[in-house]
Design a protein around this ligand. Structure first.
Ligand code: NAP
Length: 452
């Protein structure tokens, strides 16, 4: 007979929930406790996906069903390394899976990065998604803004900055975010890629969406396009790339319509320096790059300056180290081999696993975390015979310990209350548009409603 397995998962975003769900389907005799430092579940979907992307936010519905079955028990407002330690895991569980994602911005080492008005996109995303641990106000006082990077996060940031706040009202944005966006004087949002238009990391739906924003003109520059800038029939070209090339081509040579905001797409611009005066951003210098074949670029020695008052770097996310867990600080991931945590010498650390962005780095769409979780769980299940039995195999004992430590943890019943409360705020909202929910931002309020 197989033994009843007890597994803790740290991180209640899609990666953690998919891992729990797959684990239960592969090994039904399992007790799974899912912890998150936030009082609410859903991680990246609640705090990373842009509010005006309801299609992606809708993934919450299937995650909700998975948690609502009661097989995976959710406990929020519990920070690993502060409220719950590795020694607790060892005492109460056979194994732990870290699914903590990546919430920080990758660093960009150029002069002027520390100036006032220079921001990380991840921080801005956390602000507009109402993350409780970020400031409530955001300095939106620039008319000309740069967004660095040619990935989907750059598009999210550029779109949110370019949209009129009223067009965001049907989403779940908190009141402070609506007020902040409404007051923004932005007129020109410039997105800069260091490579050419054929090397963008966007996806087609997200790119096409830019051209559909109300009251925004898209501007692209002819000097960024060579005659044969995109070869549809070249080997290895994907359908996605073909679609995006057509979208970009449709924007070339477009007349301005007199919209009140413009979204400029620049290519072959490598960030060189953020220019400042009196400690504040006043512009940005780029070095023009050129194609040297096989997707590579080289610097041209030609520099161009743009007057700007704010710069957002959307050049990738970066994972955070977890206390006591081997971490690769070059790539911002937990050291692992197929999801099994290993130390610097490559030796397995028994009972520790990783999945999602903290396992493989911050690339890929939410769906990709499923295949990732499958690999980790398959390895975990294969290891079951060798996993050491915990001394006290009891969730009640963990919750007792958390209580003794003064941790005001939330649970699934608490989330259902907070969820209903946010939906009721949406119904009560007096805006002209129908709102499905209004997010609660304050952590104490989230905890209070959940534990009421
Ligand atoms: P990403 O797709 O990896 O894009 C990062 C961009 O930053 C690339 O264009 C990269 O250029 C550029 N970059 C990196 N270092 C740079 C530097 N030093 N100077 C200038 N540019 C630099 O990352 P992401 O945008 O953070 O997105 C992460 C993942 O989440 C992606 O898989 C993305 O598709 C997904 N996501 C999806 C959505 C959605 O709505 N579907 C929304 C957000 C995120 P190079 O190509 O030259 O390296």
């Amino acid at each position: 007979m197989s033994k009843t397995l007890r597994v803790a998962i740290i991180g209640a975003g899609p990666a953690g929930i998919y891992a729990g769900n797959i684990l239960h389907s592969q090994y039904p005799e399992v007790e799974i406790d899912l912890y998150d430092s936030l009082p609410a579940p859903y991680g990246l979907i609640r705090y990373g996906v842009a509010p005006d992307h309801p299609r992606i936010k809708g993934i919450v519905n299937s995650l909700h069903e998975m948690l609502n079955e009661g097989i995976i028990r959710f406990f929020g407002n519990v920070t690993f390394g502060r409220d719950l330690y590795l020694k607790d895991i060892r005492k109460h569980y056979h194994a732990v899976i870290f699914a903590t994602g990546a919430i920080k911005d990758a660093e960009l080492h150029i002069p002027g990065i520390e100036l006032e008005g220079s921001f990380g996109a991840a921080d801005f995303v956390s602000w507009y998604d109402g993350h409780p641990d970020f400031p409530r106000t955001w300095p939106l006082n620039a008319t000309e803004v740069a967004v660095l990077g040619n990935g989907n996060v750059a598009l999210d940031v550029a779109r949110v900055l370019a949209k009129q706040a009223d067009d965001m009202l049907s989403t779940d944005i908190p009141a402070n975010v609506y007020e902040g966006l409404k007051a923004s004087p932005a007129t020109d949002i410039h997105v800069f890629g260091r490579r050419g238009p054929a090397s963008i990391k966007f996806t087609p739906i997200e790119l096409r969406e830019l051209g559909e924003i109300e009251d925004v003109d898209i501007v692209v520059y002819e000097e960024d396009f060579s005659e044969n800038w995109f070869d549809e029939d070249a080997e290895g070209v994907t359908n996605q790339q073909r679609v995006m090339a057509r979208v970009i081509n449709s924007w070339r040579g477009r007349e301005l319509t007199g919209a009140s905001r413009r979204l400029h797409l620049h290519f072959w611009h490598k960030p060189a320096e953020i220019l400042g005066e009196n400690g504040k951003v006043v512009g940005m210098r780029f070095e023009r790059t050129e194609d040297v074949g096989a997707g590579a670029i080289s610097n041209t020695g030609v520099f161009v300056d743009y007057p700007l008052q704010a710069v957002y770097r959307a050049i990738g996310y970066f994972g955070s180290e977890i206390p006591g867990v081997p971490f690769d600080d070059k790539y911002g991931v937990i050291r692992n081999d197929g999801g099994r945590v290993v130390d610097e010498q490559g030796k397995r650390v028994e009972g520790l696993y990783a999945t999602g962005w903290i396992k493989r780095g911050p690339v890929g769409l939410i769906g990709h975390t499923k295949s990732d979780a499958l690999e980790t769980i398959t390895n975990l299940v294969a290891d079951v015979p060798n996993l050491e039995d915990p001394e006290v195999p009891s969730t009640d004992a963990v919750l007792e310990t958390l209580g003794e430590r003064g941790v005001e943890f939330t649970d699934w019943a608490g989330w259902l209350k907070l969820n209903a409360y946010e939906q009721s705020l949406g119904e009560k909202d007096s805006s002209a548009v129908e709102r499905e929910r209004v997010k609660v931002v304050d952590r104490d309020e989230m905890v209070k409603v959940s534990r009421s």
